[in-house]
Design a protein around this ligand. Structure first.
Ligand code: GDP
Ligand code: IMO
Ligand code: MG
Length: 436
């Protein structure tokens, strides 16, 4: 069974980091394959909190090889900052990190473009990006003329490449930004900064596609760590309010270079309710006291940007769609403890659009904006769940809530999470390989 994948099925922040950390010990390799430092994955080990944006959440398990594959867009300063932080906290020595020479590098012009573009969306609502230069870097990757891959930074042509790009980007930024905000980029300063990054990261840079293909052929156990959530997928999500990569299960092969035949298990990570950061439609949003209560109880503030997350009820229409899209085999239901204390809970089981009932997730943002959610109401529970360690510890109403989710998605529940710590996890699926 070489390949296991962890995919968020909502709009990100489903607690993928916790799941990756839990399953890492059963794998030889953990791979980040899309996105970049827009991700913020939290792992809590023995009360110590680690927040990872670029390094795979597997870094907290010694002996596992961590790979940042070619589909990632990397801010080298951020990678170095995370390496330094983990070294300072004496987690482990990083002779087991591999960075793809194919991955695209984020430069200062990408941050400037990200800030400038986000206030210029044509339909009036901002995407509300994380400001990490992700979209502009992917745009340059696809455009090809102004892109830099990590492997380029070790070539004699790198200085000329940067000078050429800076000339063009200064022209573009001057036209995008108000005159008082435009500060011309200095190619020599950027070169000095990025040469230092290149030198520092050189020991880790390699052809990770070849490494992963060989590992898969040898039957090594590879864990693929999805970033963002499937509803933010650039092709299949709530476009244009999405990120710029394939964050659903369809992105695993193109981001890592490992073909689908090696992927044997896909686990979908689902919050027991819904959250979204940034703009875009959110059919089950509770922009009211219920949403505020979920935000308070779940501490729903962004890991990366600290923005308050928008909160709402679980949307089974959306999650059923993303689970099918991602080829999910089982689901992990996270943050169940956050729902304690509600008299009743709601799950959206169908949509009404223009008076028509449907369970199909619409492809166009205008239709998603029109959705009136059709809810099913279930009994809530009052008990604190954070100490529960087996299904017997959960109240009947929590069992009924979990059963209904499983039924609506037509998928088995792999585990239930009742707190951030590794120990606050309840294995559910008979024969689950999870040994917490
Ligand atoms: P990711 O981006 O999908 O890895 O998720 P984030 O780390 O951005 O957000 C998930 C947050 O929920 C983190 O602060 C986790 O420590 C926390 N968390 C994870 N599982 C649970 C849980 O079962 N209950 C509670 N209350 N918090 C959890
Ligand atoms: P993790 O991996 C939640 C959202 C942003 C914005 C949109 C586009 O922690 O789940 P981008 O900077 O990617 O161009 O922003 O996507 N977004 C996330 N929301 N969790 C994330 O990552 C996210 N990464 C991006 O808020 O709405
Ligand atoms: Mg996150």
């Amino acid at each position: 069974m070489p390949g296991t994948c962890i995919i968020g099925l909502q709009w990100g922040d489903e607690a993928k980091g916790k799941i990756v950390d839990l399953f890492t010990r059963e794998h030889d390799i953990v791979v980040r394959y899309q996105g970049g430092a827009n991700a913020g994955h939290t792992v809590v080990v023995g009360g110590e909190v680690y927040k990872l944006s670029l390094l795979p959440s597997g870094v907290l398990t010694p002996g596992v090889t961590c790979v940042i594959a070619g589909g990632v867009v990397m801010n080298p300063a951020k990678a170095i900052e995370e390496l330094d932080e983990l070294a300072a906290r004496k987690v482990q020595d990083f002779d087991n990190l591999l960075l793809s020479d194919r991955l695209h590098v984020i430069f200062p012009w990408h941050f400037a473009e990200d800030r400038a573009m986000d206030r210029n969306t044509s339909d009036g609502e901002n995407i509300g990006t994380t400001g990490r230069g992700i979209g502009p870097c992917y745009r340059d990757k696809v455009g090809r003329s102004y892109a830099v891959r990590l492997g380029d930074m070790y070539r004699d042509t790198f200085p000329d490449q940067v000078r050429h790009i800076v000339t063009e980007k200064n022209r573009v930024l001057a036209s995008m930004l108000p005159a008082e905000e435009f500060k011309p980029l200095d190619a020599d300063a950027i070169l000095r900064e990025y040469r230092a990054y290149a030198e520092r990261l050189q020991p880790y840079v390699t052809d990770t596609t070849e490494f992963l293909l060989t590992a898969a052929e040898k039957g090594k156990r590879i864990l693929f760590e999805g970033a963002q959530g499937a509803l933010l997928d650039v092709d299949h999500g709530t476009y244009p309010f999405v990120t710029s990569s394939n964050s659903s299960g369809v992105g695993i092969s193109n981001g890592s270079g490992v073909p689908g035949k090696y992927i044997k298990l896909v686990m979908g990570v689902v919050k027991a309710y819904s959250t979204r950061v940034g703009g875009g439609p959110f059919p089950t949003e509770q922009d009211n006291a219920i949403g505020q209560r979920i935000r308070d109880q779940g501490n729903e503030y962004g890991t990366v940007t600290k923005r308050p997350r928008r909160c709402g009820w679980l949307d089974a229409v959306a999650v059923r769609y993303t689970a099918r899209l991602s080829g999910v085999d089982s689901i992990c239901i996270m943050l169940l403890d956050v729902l304690s204390g509600f008299d009743e809970l709601k799950i959206c089981t169908a949509y009404e659009i223009d008076g028509q009932r449907t369970t199909v997730f619409p492809s166009h943002v205008d239709e998603i904006r029109k959705v009136k959610p059709i809810y099913e109401t279930l009994a809530g529970w009052q008990e604190d769940l954070t100490g529960a360690r087996s299904m017997e510890d959960l109240p009947v109403a929590a069992h009924e809530y979990l059963d209904r989710i499983s039924q609506l998605l037509n998928l088995p529940v792999e585990l239930v999470s009742v707190g951030p710590d590794r120990a606050q996890t309840i294995p559910v699926l008979a024969g689950s390989s999870l040994s917490v």
